[in-house]
Design a protein around this ligand. Structure first.
Ligand SMILES: *[C@@H]1O[C@H](CO)[C@@H](O)[C@H](O)[C@H]1NC(C)=O
Length: 455
């Protein structure tokens, strides 16, 4: 009798194993997606407004006076514990200095003017007013490649202000330059947020594709990082015939298959290839546990956290600077600035000011919840579908997550370029704009060759 039960158990186990393997390896069908879903705060009008309107960044006096008053009227901050730098969170002595600089030295008008050196626009896509920068190359008689660039949290299109001129200026050895469209994701920067649940990275990818289409491009290239890269990853899966190439500084393959491969790889890390030390042993990822509390709360209760970030510029500055520091240089976690000084202070303050002025702390944080705890099956299904779009990955030293190419190829079988560098971090466009721009030029050459059948 016992023998039969063992056989039965074994048969059931094998059955489950086969089913699991099948479900891990099976590529699902493309989910049915409404490419014109309405996200507007008011019902869809009979006649949609498709105009593209010039827009100017403005930090007006009302907002600045109120902001400075709030910073000045803050209650005393609690000093760090004896001998502690940033181990318990933002160092409040460091923060005091930053707040003084923000309210007394940071030149709001000049910073706005600096952003306005690029032409900005707004247009309504699926009911949301989307803000973007659009810059054409500075010379004629050159091949022009349209390039959509997408940021993540807590950024906006501002993240690309150093890199844009590098992309639009002709470069030695290249017979093309880029026409750059740098858009604020919905609910980020100067783009409107939605009042409806469900605006996950799949839906953001669709909105951003519709933006590019509105501007008259049926074929285009994309560069993205962070959430922008997630949205673009879905975009290249849904619109493989429109995106001609995808360059990312946060390449991730998020299918269960990839996760299992990473776990299996930990059995023999040194056989997994170059830079395997960035991933293995997996125990080193404990820094992720230490640094990812923000992620869990934003993915579950963004609205609660958002109340204080919306009300207090001091709180907003503390929260954003801590996150930007960690993503930039995690070797400096235990210093008073926590890594922030790898960035220019004015860039960091632009980012915080833009969030403050637009009151978009909550609308931008909600993407974490839409992608994780509220996520719909379309997100998971799309992660399992590989894209044929030629892809280039640049992997920087302090990026929060790292995957080897043999994992990335699950999602991006046409990985035509992979650059690994011992510098840079999560905010690459602010930290090492030239390195990033150079890599995008090199990638675009390979994308074009790929379509000519030469790769
Ligand atoms: C100033 O800017 C804020 C934030 O963009 C806006 O809500 C407000 O209407 C503006 N005030 C004036 C007087 O322009």
């Amino acid at each position: 009798m016992f023998k039969y039960i063992s056989w039965l158990v074994a048969a059931v186990a094998i059955g489950y194993g086969v089913r699991l393997t099948y479900s891990v390896y099976k590529v699902p069908d493309m989910p049915k997606l409404d490419l014109d879903r309405w996200w507007g705060q008011t019902p869809r009008p009979k006649e949609e407004d498709t105009s593209v309107r010039p827009f100017k960044v403005e930090f007006n006096d009302t907002v600045i006076v109120d902001l400075k008053k709030r910073i000045k009227n803050r209650r005393p901050l609690t000093p760090p514990l004896d001998g502690i730098q940033s181990e318990y969170g933002i160092n409040t002595v460091y923060l005091e200095n930053l707040l003084t600089y923000w309210s007394e030295k940071y030149d709001f008008k000049k910073r706005a003017e600096l952003l306005n050196r690029f032409p900005h626009y707004k247009t309504k896509i699926q009911g949301l007013d989307i803000q973007f920068i659009r810059v054409k190359p500075s010379v004629k008689n050159l091949k022009v490649l349209p390039l959509l660039v997408l940021h993540g949290w807590p950024s906006s299109s501002k993240e690309f202000d150093k890199m844009i001129p590098m992309l639009t200026t002709p470069k030695d050895g290249y017979d093309f330059a880029f026409e750059v469209i740098a858009a604020d994701l919905p609910g980020f920067g100067f783009s409107e947020g939605t009042s409806k649940p469900g605006l996950n990275p799949v839906q953001i990818g669709i909105i951003m594709r519709n933006l590019v289409k509105r501007l008259g491009f049926n074929k285009f290239y994309v560069h993205a990082g962070d959430w922008g890269s997630q949205a673009a990853t879905h975009m290249v899966t849904i619109f493989p015939d429109e995106v001609m190439g995808f360059h990312t500084n946060m390449p991730l393959s998020a299918s269960l298959k990839s996760v299992l491969k990473i776990l299996l790889g930990s059995l023999a890390p040194s056989l997994t290839g170059e830079h395997y030390q960035r991933l293995y042993p997996l125990s080193q990822l404990q820094y992720i546990v230490r640094e990812s509390g923000y992620f869990h709360i934003m993915a579950t209760k963004p609205d609660t956290l958002g109340v204080s970030l919306t009300d207090s510029p001091t709180g907003l500055a503390a929260y954003i600077t801590e996150k930007m520091a960690v993503g930039t240089n995690r070797e400096q976690l235990d210093t008073p600035h926590g890594g922030l000084e790898s960035l220019e202070l004015d860039d960091v303050l632009d980012t915080i000011t833009i969030q403050w002025v637009n009151n978009c702390a909550v609308t931008s944080m909600r993407v974490y919840a839409e992608d994780y705890f509220a996520s719909s099956p379309e997100v998971h299904r799309l992660h399992k579908i590989p894209t044929k779009v030629p892809t280039a990955a640049i992997k920087l030293k302090h990026e929060v997550m790292w995957q080897p190419d043999w994992v990335l190829r699950d999602k991006f079988p046409n990985l035509v370029q992979s650059t690994s560098l011992d510098l840079g971090g999560h905010y690459a466009a602010l930290e090492i704009p030239k390195v990033l721009a150079d890599d995008i030029f090199a990638a675009a050459t390979k994308f074009q060759k790929f379509h000519q059948g030469n790769v």
